[in-house]
Write a protein that binds this ligand. Structure first.
Ligand SMILES: *[C@@H]1O[C@H](CO)[C@@H](O)[C@H](O)[C@H]1NC(C)=O
Ligand SMILES: *[C@@H]1O[C@H](CO)[C@@H](O)[C@H](O)[C@H]1NC(C)=O
Ligand SMILES: *[C@@H]1O[C@H](CO)[C@@H](O)[C@H](O)[C@H]1NC(C)=O
Ligand SMILES: *[C@@H]1O[C@H](CO)[C@@H](O)[C@H](O)[C@H]1NC(C)=O
Ligand SMILES: *[C@@H]1O[C@H](CO)[C@@H](O)[C@H](O)[C@H]1NC(C)=O
Ligand SMILES: *[C@@H]1O[C@H](CO)[C@@H](O)[C@H](O)[C@H]1NC(C)=O
Ligand SMILES: *[C@@H]1O[C@H](CO)[C@@H](O)[C@H](O)[C@H]1NC(C)=O
Ligand SMILES: *[C@@H]1O[C@H](CO)[C@@H](O)[C@H](O)[C@H]1NC(C)=O
Ligand SMILES: *[C@@H]1O[C@H](CO)[C@@H](O)[C@H](O)[C@H]1NC(C)=O
Ligand SMILES: *[C@@H]1O[C@H](CO)[C@@H](O)[C@H](O)[C@H]1NC(C)=O
Ligand SMILES: *[C@@H]1O[C@H](CO)[C@@H](O)[C@H](O)[C@H]1NC(C)=O
Ligand SMILES: *[C@@H]1O[C@H](CO)[C@@H](O)[C@H](O)[C@H]1NC(C)=O
Length: 720
């Protein structure tokens, strides 16, 4: 018997991480002013000179840092025999000569681990080790419990990894706790994926039990756990917070793999000023009671799965400075009529389901610097009152109902650094005034109706970092070497226009081209593998799909692309991978479908997520690839020449949601381990092979299929 069901999941862009170096604007080490001959710390003699045990603990701590220019600078005043209460970054309490504050924040010191000498400073009230480099080491699991007077603990961006010590949870005087790691991101949408340019993918602290960490911190007003891994916390974070930390003003948990929803008990935290939950997996509605938090100033809920109707009253909150909801595809609602008394500086509702007209009153928001209206449900005219917003540095608009040409008032927004029109009905050629926006660094006009040639003035915008012109009707020939004029370019997307993209004449010094992180040239009428890529050793994502590129992938490509995590070569005429069966480890998404590839299926060495080999001439699967399948969610290899028994390695793919091996020559039975191990699998396609035997009888226990097709084989047995 054969069961065939088909389901279609609504495609949802997948957020991937594209690592590039973005350098932080680092505040100067707090020690510098005084060590550079500054005033108070050295000049004012403390009432009680430093106790010797305090000095020796500090000196041991100093020795635990590597000797670098930074440490020499930071510790210049830390000399044995002098009063440690006068050392830079050290402050003693009113009595007894004991250290009450140690501030080494932003000193960029390097150490292999935090020295337990620190825990001898038992009078510490303030400890700041932020922005130093502890080299991915673990925090000592015990010791913090000795610092019972601590009110401020700041270990932000210090490259610690592993478990956050539970002993921090006993510091009941804590008012501020910062274990976060800072980050900066840029987003690009490509081929249905949100690529996420990220400044920091390094080590993470892990909190297993949020209750142990915060249950006793009743005086906590600031909690910063950005980038701490909270994916395994055992209790509902939201209820624990609401119950334990009634005085909380700053709740900052971005990027911490949080799931669940915002609980109703959170309404008791009405002193909240900052709610930053961006880049998580949160779902459920955005509660109305947030509107009642009278001091709420920052609401960042972007990049989650929130859903439902959002009250437009939240946008009218008088104290709100930032409201960012973007990338929450299922939040619906309307923008309100904005009043002149609003304090909004950042407003972003991009890639939500917000709809309606964009109110002309948006021109009342004169403090706005970033405005993101990229929701496809908006229609009508873009109000020209936006031209009043002289401080705007970023403007992002979309909506298929938004038609006409790019309005001329955009030229009045002379501070723009980012201009984006996507998924819109705007047409005509790109206006020349864009060439006058001299601070412009990011230009994206994607998936609209623009036509004409790429305007020549573009080449005068030499400061550009991101140029995305994909999915329009732009025509002409584009030479890749002409991008030499943009030394800072990190992302280029010319896909799906009427363009012909060629390498260009001047390939004399390819090495002098900008180092690009993201290149998308899908449907660009290319017939040769671009030489342009030869020196792109910082590239993270490449899309060359829908061209007529033939032959082998050059060996230099695999040797050069050390950071590549996203490679789309679908719909070309490639015949050879040009590399051994295991590809470089960091590739997460690989789409080789609809080519003429032969030989063994190449599998990325590391933890790939999506692999598509469909419709090629692959004839074998590597003999043991089970250790490379742990994170794969989609594996498609239909319509190839694969034969033999279905490899048992597939049983290791416990994350696989879709496995498609249809239209091959696989023979033998369906492995029963496939049923056991892939119990999260939703779709399994084994149709049109030469499979024999009974259907594994353990399917009943594990059946969670939404689609299962074994037709066109010789399989017997009854399915439940
Ligand atoms: C040093 O003292 C002078 C005069 O008292 C003051 O103007 C200056 O701001 C102080 N500098 C620092 C770094 O505290
Ligand atoms: C350290 O300082 C010395 C002298 O100022 C300088 O020559 C050297 O380049 C510096 N080293 C680093 C790594 O900055
Ligand atoms: C932690 O210290 C860093 C660097 O000094 C600072 O930027 C950050 O705001 C501090 N965190 C808190 C919660 O004060
Ligand atoms: C940092 O860690 C790396 C690898 O674990 C090690 O090789 C290096 O020596 C460490 N550096 C310091 C300063 O401890
Ligand atoms: C919390 O703060 C209050 C007022 O500052 C103080 O009296 C109390 O002792 C603190 N509670 C704890 C557990 O530290
Ligand atoms: C809002 O802030 C003001 C001033 O800091 C403070 O007096 C007031 O109590 C705060 N309101 C709430 C609900 O916390
Ligand atoms: C907001 O506060 C008002 C007055 O305290 C109250 O009547 C209302 O129900 C609250 N709204 C929400 C959504 O909690
Ligand atoms: C999007 O909003 C419209 C109303 O504007 C609503 O009909 C539709 O169900 C919403 N879609 C989703 C996915 O929330
Ligand atoms: C904004 O005002 C216009 C008329 O001034 C009105 O038609 C519209 O319903 C108002 N929108 C909202 C969301 O209040
Ligand atoms: C744009 O600026 C020009 C010149 O400064 C001015 O005449 C025009 O009214 C402005 N346009 C809008 C829509 O504000
Ligand atoms: C955009 O182009 C498409 C395809 O050519 C066309 O169907 C549509 O009407 C155009 N929309 C506008 C607003 O010009
Ligand atoms: C580029 O800038 C130069 C100098 O400002 C100017 O003369 C030239 O016309 C500009 N080219 C284009 C195509 O706008």
């Amino acid at each position: 018997m054969v069961v065939t069901t088909m389901t279609h999941h609504r495609p949802r862009p997948v957020v991937l991480h594209l690592l590039i170096q973005i350098h932080f604007v680092v505040i100067v080490c707090s020690l510098r002013p005084s060590s550079a001959g500054g005033n108070h710390t050295v000049a004012v003699p403390p009432l009680f000179p430093c106790l010797s045990d305090q000095a020796s603990a500090l000196l041991r701590l100093k020795r635990s840092f590597a000797t670098t220019n930074e440490s020499t600078m930071a510790f210049r005043s830390w000399r044995a025999g002098t009063d440690c209460c006068g050392w830079a970054g050290v402050r003693c309490g009113d009595a007894e000569g004991r250290v009450a504050s140690l501030d080494l924040g932003n000193c960029r010191l390097e150490s292999g681990g935090l020295d337990p000498a620190l825990f001898d400073l038992t009078s510490l009230e303030n400890l700041n080790l932020a922005y130093n480099d502890f080299n991915g080491s673990q925090l000592p699991s015990s010791g913090f419990e000795h610092l019972t007077k601590l009110t401020h603990l700041n270990l932000s961006s210090s490259s610690f990894s592993g478990p956050a010590p539970t002993s921090i949870g006993s510091l009941t005087n804590l008012v501020s706790l910062d274990l976060s790691t800072g980050f900066e991101t840029t987003e690009l949408l490509s081929n249905g994926y949100v690529l996420h340019v990220d400044s920091n993918l390094g080590s993470r602290l892990i909190v297993q039990n949020i209750e142990t960490l915060i249950a006793n911190l009743i005086n906590l007003t600031k909690l910063h756990l950005g980038r701490v891994d909270l994916s395994n916390i055992e209790t509902h974070w939201c209820n624990v917070l609401a119950k334990s930390c009634p005085k909380l003003q700053v709740l900052s948990l971005p990027y911490s793999r949080l799931s669940g929803s915002i609980c109703s008990s959170l309404h008791s935290l009405h002193s909240l000023v900052v709610i930053d939950l961006q880049y998580n997996y949160l779902s459920g509605p955005i509660p109305d009671f947030l509107t009642n938090f009278s001091n709420l100033s920052v609401l960042q809920l972007n990049h989650n799965n929130f859903e439902g109707w959002i009250s437009s009253a939240i946008f009218e909150h008088k104290k709100l400075v930032t409201i960012d909801l973007h990338i929450n595809y299922e939040i619906s609602g309307y923008l309100p009529n904005f009043s002149t008394s609003s304090n909004l500086v950042n407003l972003n509702v991009g890639r939500t389901n917000l709809s309606g007209i964009i109110p002309a009153s948006i021109g009342n928001l004169i403090s706005l610097r970033k405005l993101g209206l990229g929701a496809s449900g908006f229609f009508g005219q873009i109000p020209s009152s936006i031209a009043n917003l002289k401080s705007l540095s970023a403007l992002e608009i979309s909506g298929k109902g938004i038609i006409g040409s790019i309005p001329s008032w955009v030229s009045n927004l002379t501070s723009l650094t980012t201009l984006q029109f996507y998924d819109c009905g705007l047409s005509g050629s790109l206006p020349s005034f864009i060439g006058d926006l001299r601070y412009l660094r990011n230009l994206a006009v994607s998936n609209c109706n623009f036509s004409g040639q790429i305007p020549p003035y573009i080449s005068n915008l030499t400061q550009m970092q991101i140029i995305l012109l994909n999915s329009n009707y732009i025509s002409g020939t584009m030479e890749l070497t002409s991008f030499r004029k943009f030394p800072d370019l990190i992302a280029l997307d010319l896909s799906d226009n009427n363009l012909v993209v060629v390498d260009g004449q001047d390939n004399s010094s390819l090495a002098s081209l900008p180092k690009i992180a993201h290149l998308s040239l899908s449907g660009c009428n290319m017939s040769e593998f671009p030489n342009f890529l030869r020196h792109q050793d910082e590239i993270g994502s490449i899309d060359l799909s829908d061209n007529q590129i033939h032959g082998a992938i050059p060996l230099w490509a695999w040797e050069t692309w050390k950071d590549l995590f996203f490679l789309i070569l679908a719909n070309n005429k490639f015949t050879s991978i040009g590399y051994s069966p295991f590809l470089p480890p960091q590739i997460e998404v690989l789409d080789l479908s609809n080519n003429m590839f032969e030989g063994a299926i190449p599998i990325p060495h590391g933890s790939a997520i999506m692999l598509d080999y469909s419709n090629n001439r692959f004839s074998s699967v590597p003999s043991n690839f089970s250790s490379h399948l742990s994170d794969v969610t989609l594996f498609k290899a239909s319509r190839n020449n694969l034969s033999g028994e279905i490899p048992l390695s597939f049983c290791a793919g416990t994350s696989i949601q879709l496995l498609d091996l249809s239209y091959n020559n696989f023979s033998g039975p369906i492995p029963s381990c496939l049923m056991e191990n892939v119990n999260g699998m939703q779709s399994l396609y084994l149709n049109k092979n030469q499979l024999h035997g009974e259907f594994p009888d353990n399917i009943k226990e594990y059946c969670s299929f939404e689609a299962l097709d074994v037709s066109g084989n010789w399989i017997e047995g009854q399915l439940p």
